[in-house]
Design a protein around this ligand. Sequence first.
Ligand code: AMP
Length: 148
Amino acid sequence: MISLQKGELLGTTLPELIIPAERVAHVQVRNNLEHALLVLTKTGYTAVPVLDPKYQLHGLISTTQIMDSILGLERIEFERLEEMVVEDVMNKIIPRLNVNDSVENGLELLVDHPFVCIENDEHVFEGILTRRSILERLNTQIQKQNKS
Ligand code: AMP
């Protein structure tokens, strides 16, 4: 059975586990919804971070939110994709952590969210912590323990 002694399971820091900002697909607050839908469809991700030109984190946007925002009474109003911008429909209340927070704080948030955004003290986006990266780490630890 795996031991859960302090530091043994997740003895690492957030910067070691996150996907860095330059490798994270994102959109800008003033991009239109057509662009955001293109990014989401091309990458296959369910949601991506929304940043401003200074790389500060403002929220998350998902395909579901975009489709919901263009649903008319009788049809989907695709023409609105070009007119509306990301900041009109994005989710502003999102799980976020400071880069100096503990990995355990990240683990707690990942119970309810597939990924968590990480920012620095100036709210500049540093990257994301995903369920995959935590599970990979856990898997490595378990395999190491089984070998010893
Ligand atoms: P994963 O744990 O790798 O399946 O990722 C969970 C979620 O994190 C995905 O559905 C995306 O919304 C987000 N995600 C993962 N990797 C990236 C990336 N490189 N860029 C943007 N979003 C990502």
